[in-house]
Write a protein that binds this ligand. Sequence first.
Ligand code: E4P
Length: 271
Amino acid sequence: MKIFIDSADIEEIKQVYDWGIADGVTTNPSLLKKAVDEKKSDDTDLKSYIGEILRASKGTPVSLEVTSKKAKNMVLEGVMLYRNFKSYSKNICIKIPVSPATKEDSKVHFEGIKAIKELSDRKLNVNATLVFTPEQALLAAKAGAKYVSIFVGRMDDYIRQKNGLKASREEYFPAEGIAKEDRMLEDDGVVSGIDLVSQCVEIIKKHGLKAEVLAASIRNKRQVREAALAGAHIATIPFSVLKDIIKHEKTSEGIKKFYEDTPEEYKKLLQ
Ligand code: E4P
């Protein structure tokens, strides 16, 4: 499973590439807003800042999201993003919401799929985002998306919310779901964010589709393991979770003892 960093913070991105574990970067408008707000005192313009992210990513894929709702405008924005940033990196991936419809504007449901098809036909790499059902994943993959981003943590939040369960953002949600009063809590046959990943992986493999399943909206390290076990091709992981996945108390305890026990003569052999 490839590991992407889910961040628009240049220092975090550089750090994770320095660790040698990053295969790509995903951003979204909210992550960019956070980065922009945090660098207010800085006089770097946003174009140069994104350029710095692209350089730091060393030719691996970086997803940048469009903001329009009509397919035609999403395609124009996607082409513009590619043109504006191709001098920094050729590996730009255009992030398109699988459906840009909102309650206020419900006539644009298929505009995302149309844009995914058009951009993919033009040989631009597309990351279909905000995927919450296996059917959305199937349509995005059929339209030619290179990546299909499944929102694991947000699906767990939604199942909790529908059932009046309160939990902190990082709290673990079991991959196999939660039973309450003899029934499984679910959303249209999906019992957890990781279950959604499994169902999408199965459909994509069963039908020989080329899209890679990208587990996004990851909230804790156990979900990274479960995304890998579910067969996700990629997990995009926030910096806080990436820092956490290497740790274990017994590893630290073991290394302390090994350092203490090392014979002086052996240390000299290593110099
Ligand atoms: C990445 O592609 C997604 O936009 C991101 O993982 C969403 O994460 P969140 O649900 O924590 O905002």
